[in-house]
Design a protein around this ligand. Structure first.
Ligand code: GLC
Length: 560
């Protein structure tokens, strides 16, 4: 089937199911809850839903450790209710994408359980089982010096087999050996299973990690986190495997794929997504624009650097222009809330609107993460015991090597993924309307002020702004197809860019400060000739082709 490019003008809503909406009163979000909210999702003017993993999982990494790829977690429902959600989404004109997590499984997956029982089991070679090394004095060492992204070393020893298995993420997430053709055949079955059920595509979890260098060599000099990554990120074989999945399965369906690729540059991403090249994925999720207030990891914080953020966005925009399509996002389940990071909690609605316009009007497919559209904020958990995320303990262990524990705890509170995983704030009623039971995770106390119900009828709310801008983007060709050009890249207050398509232009002006700063339009724009299509303040006059900004002011002008 010829693949169409419908994904280029769609926008996507991401659901992290555990915290979206509880339909059966057990305190955990589920598909019955999603069913109730399909009209709400549609009302945002999105065209698709991406579900973070819905599959059975012991939840060591909240669904990203899968124990059965062809079923639904009993916490979330069953295949019957999933079909209802799928049909309900389709009936409303929305596509549905699943999360494909095949770099690793859960250690409770049948394949791992079987392979662990017996070295001669066909499942043994589904994973990386290796003998340890010995020091001269006879001490046992893991097979190489790689470290895990989540928990200490990347190898776990099994007494009975006298072997280690590899886990790049948590101990309970053993890596699959994709070099084994049987594993690839399993992946293809998983893809077919969901596509045949009617899903429309996949977000592919850490997909650029699926090939490991032959011989699994140690890596020097060792990095404090994810040592060994140079031997498992973007190895040439990863492209081969994806090509095989495409050739044998995906090409038979009109479906969409977006890969996730930590620490990737546009050049590397293009190997997978270049439309003029050997394209194996439709889009790639970038990370560099999420590092403007930290160094590589959210935990290693630095003051927000606007120039760094702009450079990252512009690099992806310009390097992909005419070649490939961007995946645009500023929030997901892996990062703290964006207003608490790049915006201002004090100017929550203003900065929330500014951030929305800032990324949604770039070239690419916008993704909106649940709660982002109502401006949910970080929860800042005070005690380690309150965290749910497996990463929290690891980050504290690493950070306390370099700093006092109290400082590390402060950094964790601001940077933890748990900030984005608190229950969705639907109303100002009990448990923010998320559940009638006891919520599985604490509800942010600010739910009385910040909730969807309260924003529903307010024409100036952030929620209604998201609806309007997503609608505008879809209906305005220059917002979808226009070329991107940045102005004043070194400016420390404003992010300014233009889009241009078939004689129409958009000028997007975003202030990232609460200070009053004079803005002068670029020479090739006469604000008199433009129509103001979005702003986050009333009365938007200008003087001499510019204005003095109000806190986090945003304006979007349209030129015909
Ligand atoms: C991806 C997911 C993240 C998960 C990790 C390991 O980065 O987005 O949530 O923890 O992969 O599966």
């Amino acid at each position: 089937m010829a693949k169409s490019e419908w994904y280029k003008n769609m926008s996507v809503y991401q659901i992290w199911p555990r915290s979206f909406c509880d339909g059966n009163g057990d305190g955990v979000g589920d598909l019955w809850g999603v069913l109730e909210k399909l009209d709400y999702i549609k009302s945002l003017n999105v065209d698709a839903i991406w579900f973070s993993p819905l599959f059975p999982s012991p939840n060591a990494d909240y669904g990203y450790d899968i124990s059965d790829y062809m079923d639904i977690h009993p916490d979330y429902g069953n295949l019957h209710v999933f079909r209802q959600v799928l049909d309900g989404a389709h009936a409303r004109g929305m596509k549905v994408f699943m999360d494909l997590v095949v770099n690793h499984t859960s250690d409770e997956h049948r394949w791992f359980v079987e392979g662990r029982k017996d070295r001669n089991s066909p499942y043994h070679d589904y994973y990386f089982w290796r003998k340890g090394r010995r020091t001269r004095s006879g001490r046992r060492l893991p097979p190489n010096n790689w470290s895990s992204v989540f928990e200490g070393g990347a190898w776990e020893y099994d007494e009975k087999l006298d072997e280690y298995y590899l886990h790049v993420f948590a101990r309970k997430q053993p890596d699959l050996n994709m070099a084994n053709p049987r594993v690839r055949a399993e992946v293809k079955n998983i893809l077919r299973f969901w596509l045949d059920l009617g899903v429309d595509g996949f977000r592919e979890d850490v997909i650029t990690f699926i090939a490991k260098d032959e011989g699994l060599p140690s890596s020097y000099p060792p990095l404090p986190v994810a040592n060994g990554i140079n031997h498992y990120a973007n190895r040439p074989k990863a492209h081969d495997y994806l090509k095989e999945f495409k050739r044998d399965v995906l090409d038979f369906y009109d479906c969409f794929t977006v890969g996730e690729s930590p620490m990737t540059t546009p050049e590397v991403a293009l190997r997978y997504i270049d439309e003029g090249g050997d394209k194996v994925l439709d889009e790639m999720i970038a990370f560099s624009h999420m590092e403007a207030d930290c160094f590589m990891l959210d935990m290693l914080q630095m003051p927000f650097n606007l120039v760094k953020m702009k450079r990252a966005f512009s690099e992806w925009q310009t390097k992909l222009q005419g070649k490939a399509w961007n995946a645009l996002y500023i929030e997901n389940h892996d990062h703290p809330r964006i207003i608490s990071r790049y915006g201002s909690e004090e100017y929550r609605t203003e900065s929330g609107k500014m951030l929305a316009a800032m990324y949604i009007l770039q070239r690419g497919t916008p993704f909106v993460y649940q709660g982002q559209e109502i401006g949910m904020l970080n929860i800042n958990l005070p005690e380690l015991g309150m965290y749910k995320d497996v990463m929290a303990q690891n980050n504290i262990d690493i950070a306390t090597r370099f700093m006092p524990r109290s400082t590390a705890m402060k950094l964790l509170a601001r940077s933890s993924r748990d900030n984005a995983r608190t229950p969705f704030q639907w109303t100002d009623g009990e448990n923010a309307g998320f559940t009638e039971g006891i919520p599985w995770f604490c509800v942010n106390e600010n739910y009385k002020q910040i909730n969807a119900a309260q924003q529903e009828d307010d024409p100036n709310s952030l929620l209604n702004f998201y609806r309007a801008i997503l609608k505008f983007r879809k209906e305005t060709p220059v917002a979808v197809w226009g070329d991107y050009k940045e102005y004043y890249p070194k400016d420390r207050n404003f992010y300014v860019y233009a889009r241009e398509y078939e004689g129409k232009r958009l000028l997007v002006i975003c202030s990232f400060t609460k200070k009053a700063v004079r803005f002068d339009a670029p020479e090739d724009f006469d604000l008199n000739a433009g129509r103001l299509v979005f702003s986050n303040y009333e009365s938007n006059f200008f003087i001499m082709n510019g204005f003095t900004s109000r806190p986090y002011e945003m304006r979007v002008y349209y030129f015909e």
